[in-house]
Design a protein around this ligand. Structure first.
Ligand code: PEP
Ligand code: MN
Length: 348
C-alpha cells in the first residue's frame, strides 16, 4: 500500500497518518521526493481497508500495491513518469536518443564525436570516464580528466551528459560534471551504491544486470526511489544467454512491454552492448523503439578501429545519421514525438 501526501506538507505535519498506520499493525516508510511525499505502508496490509485513511485531509490518495516494488509500480503513477533533463524529455510524450563514444579517450576525440552526434540529432552525449573492464590491464577510463572533457563537450554542443559511476567516490566526483548518472550492469545490485543514489538530485540510468530478473531490476530501482530520488531510467542492455558466438549478449526486447505493464519509469534500450556488433546495432535500435522504448543509448566512434573500448560495436557517425533518419520516420508511423534538438533557454 502507498499513501500519497498532499503537496507542500512536511513529515511533521503527517504524524496522525503515521500513528494510524502503526495502530493498524503496519510500519510507515516516508519517501520525501522532490515533487511529492509518499508513505509506503509496509507489513501485512491485506487486511487494512483503504477507507481507514479517509478521515485524513493530509492525504491525496491511497493505493493498494501488491508488487514488492511499490514506488516503481505502474499503479503508483499510471500516467507514466516524465523527466525534463535540461530540456530533454524522457517519458511517454517524447522519444530521444543518447549517443557518443564508449569511453572518453581525449579532448579531441570526444569533441569530434559530440559534434557529430549532435548534428545527427542526438539529445544527450554519452561517454565513460570510469570504465568497468573485465581485465585489470585494459583501459580503465580517464577519470576526473574525462569528466572535465565531457563538461567541455557539453558546453560546446549544449548536450547534457550521461556517464557511469562505478563507486561512491566516483559518484561524489561526478555529480558536478554530469546530468545523468549511469549505473552499469555490473553494479545493478550494489545496494550500498543504490542507497547513495537515492540521496542525490540527479537522474539515474539504471542498467539491467546481465543476469538480473525483471523483479530484481525493479527492486534495485525501488532502492533509489525509496531513498527519495524519483528520477530513474531503466536501461535494457542485453542479458547473458548460452550463445555468444554471434552476439555479445541477448538483447531482451520482451522486457520493454513487460516493463511498460509494470512500471511508470521510462525505458531505454542499449542496442550497442546488447549486441556487441556494429551491423546489429541499427536493426535492434529500431526494434527497441518498435517495442515501445522511450529512448535509446547508442555508442558512436569516428575511428572505431582505434577505440580504447567497444570499437566493434560503435556506429560510425554516418551510420548513426542514417539510423536517426529512420528513427524520425518510425516516430511518425508510431505517433511518437522524436526529439532531435534541445529548446534553447530564453535569455531575459
Ligand atoms: C557502457 O555503457 O559502456 C557499459 C560498460 O555498459 P554496461 O554496464 O551495460 O556493460
Ligand atoms: Mn561500452
Amino acid at each position: 500500500m502507498i499513501i500519497i501526501i498532499k503537496r507542500g506538507l512536511k513529515p511533521e505535519n503527517i504524524q496522525d497518518v503515521l500513528n494510524k498506520i502503526k495502530e493498524l499493525g503496519a510500519s510507515p516508510h516516508i519517501v520525501e521526493g522532490r515533487e511529492q511525499m509518499t508513505v509506503s505502508v509496509l507489513g501485512k496490509t491485506e487486511k487494512i481497508s483503504l477507507n481507514s485513511f479517509e478521515v485524513f485531509p493530509e492525504i491525496e490518495s491511497v493505493l493498494r500495491i501488491s508488487k514488492p516494488f511499490k514506488l516503481a509500480s505502474l499503479a503508483a503513477k499510471p500516467q507514466g513518469s516524465e523527466f525534463n533533463i535540461k530540456g530533454v524529455l524522457f517519458g511517454p510524450t517524447h522519444f530521444n536518443v543518447m549517443a557518443g563514444p564508449c569511453s572518453v579517450e581525449s579532448e579531441n576525440q570526444t569533441m569530434r564525436i559530440a559534434k557529430a552526434v549532435k548534428k545527427a540529432g542526438a539529445t544527450v552525449l554519452r561517454g565513460g570516464a570510469f570504465k568497468p573492464r573485465s581485465s585489470p590491464y585494459a583501459f580503465q577510463g580517464m577519470g576526473l580528466d574525462g569528466l572535465k572533457i565531457l563538461q567541455m563537450a557539453s558546453k560546446e554542443t549544449g548536450l547534457p551528459i550521461v556517464s557511469e559511476a562505478m563507486d561512491y567516490d566516483g559518484l561524489k566526483m561526478m555529480v558536478d560534471y554530469v546530468d545523468i548518472i549511469q549505473i552499469g550492469a555490473r553494479n545493478m545490485q550494489n545496494f550500498a551504491l543504490l542507497k547513495e543514489l537515492g540521496k542525490i538530485d540527479k537522474p539515474i540510468l539504471l542498467k539491467r544486470g546481465m543476469s538480473a530478473t525483471v523483479e530484481e531490476w525493479l527492486m534495485s530501482a525501488e532502492y533509489i526511489l525509496a531513498g527519495g530520488n524519483s528520477k530513474v531510467l531503466l536501461c535494457e542492455r542485453g542479458i547473458r544467454s548460452f550463445d555468444t558466438q554471434y552476439s555479445r549478449n541477448t538483447l531482451d526486447l520482451n522486457v520493454v512491454p513487460i516493463l511498460k505493464s509494470l512500471t511508470h519509469l521510462p525505458v531505454v534500450v542499449d542496442p550497442s552492448h546488447g549486441t556487441g556488433h556494429r551491423y546489429l546495432v541499427a536493426p535492434m535500435a529500431l526494434a527497441g523503439m518498435a517495442a515501445g522504448a522511450d529512448s535509446l543509448i547508442v555508442e558512436v566512434h569516428d575511428k572505431p578501429e582505434e577505440a580504447l573500448s567497444d570499437g566493434p560495436q560503435a556506429l560510425l557517425p554516418s551510420d548513426f545519421e542514417s539510423l536517426m533518419e529512420k528513427i524520425v520516420g518510425m516516430g511518425k508511423i508510431m505517433g511518437r514525438n522524436v526529439q532531435t534538438s534541445i529548446p534553447q533557454k530564453k535569455v531575459s
